[in-house]
Design a protein around this ligand. Structure first.
Ligand code: SAM
Length: 259
């Protein structure tokens, strides 16, 4: 066989291999898309989301967490980080908004929800929406501008990065988002406030829980029924924020003065 014949043969074998690879990739994609649509059809929370007019089945995770711990109350101020398509913001607004008469403006005491996401969120009546990267300081300043010096009752984070399929990487990325949300929460939460965040199990969540326990009176590790069993996601519900370090120091001094 001449060198040119060998080269033609090699390139034809290579293109055949590429074709085969694309073929098997399409089969895999088709199979997992089919599995996904089957799972969606049989999922009770997908059905319930349609009935209850929620944009996403994820809404029920917040419904369950709140049913258990009751941290969303009328008139509260709530920040929803990683809010698209808007399921959690729908739940939060239904819980914290007081009814306002038609034509009347919403007062600061009528409840407030600020929703932030990299992706667009279709409008939800009364909810302030920011399409920005939450981790940027400019975004956090934009939220504080909306707050206008008001302290927040609840900071929620359902933020999740685009998953790579490498669990260690995905775990590290989501824990970074948790830390970013916690850092922000510490600057806006009122004493006694609540912080809720989603994480993926992977090891470092244990240290993160210890950190949370140093800042909140109670920290619960939750896995709501609506969170898929096969998913390693979990939620920390942190209640009774102890306040910023300075606030705590001031309080100790006040106590000393008093006695
Ligand atoms: C699981 S979804 C949230 C679902 C939402 N809670 C609901 O009920 O509709 C996670 C969201 O986190 C968002 N996200 C990830 N990183 C973010 C970041 N740095 N800033 C803002 N949003 C982010 C993603 O764009 C995605 O929409």
């Amino acid at each position: 066989m001449s060198p040119s014949q060998i080269s033609i043969l090699t390139s034809s074998m290579l293109s055949r291999l590429t074709l085969d690879r694309n073929f098997w990739l399409s089969i895999r994609f088709y199979a997992s898309a089919k599995q996904w649509s089957q799972r969606q059809r049989n999922d009770q929370f997908v059905k319930k989301a349609t009935v209850d007019n929620y944009r996403a089945r994820s809404a029920f995770k917040l419904v369950e967490l709140n049913d258990k711990h009751r941290f969303l109350k009328k008139g509260y101020i709530c920040i929803d980080c990683g809010a698209s398509p808007g399921g959690w913001s729908q739940v939060a607004s239904r819980k914290v908004f007081r009814k306002v008469k038609a034509g009347e403006e919403r007062k600061p005491t009528d409840g407030c929800v600020v929703a932030i996401d990299l992706l667009p969120i279709n409008p939800i009546p009364g909810v302030e929406i920011l399409q920005k990267d939450f981790t940027h300081i400019s975004t956090q300043n934009a939220i504080k501008k909306i707050l206008d010096n008001r302290k927040v009752n609840v900071v929620l984070s359902d933020m999740a990065p685009s998953f790579t399929g490498n669990h260690a990487v995905d775990h590290a990325r989501i824990m970074n988002l948790c830390e970013s949300a916690l850092g922000f929460a510490e600057t806006v939460l009122r004493k006694g406030g609540t912080f809720v965040c989603k994480f993926l199990m992977g090891g470092t969540e244990r240290d993160f829980k210890l950190l949370l326990q140093s800042k909140f009176g109670k920290v619960y590790h939750e896995k709501p029924a609506s969170s898929r069993k096969e998913s390693t996601e979990g939620f920390f519900v942190c209640m009774n924020y102890l306040g910023e370090k300075e606030e705590q120091a001031e309080e100790i001094e006040e106590d000393i003065d008093y006695y």
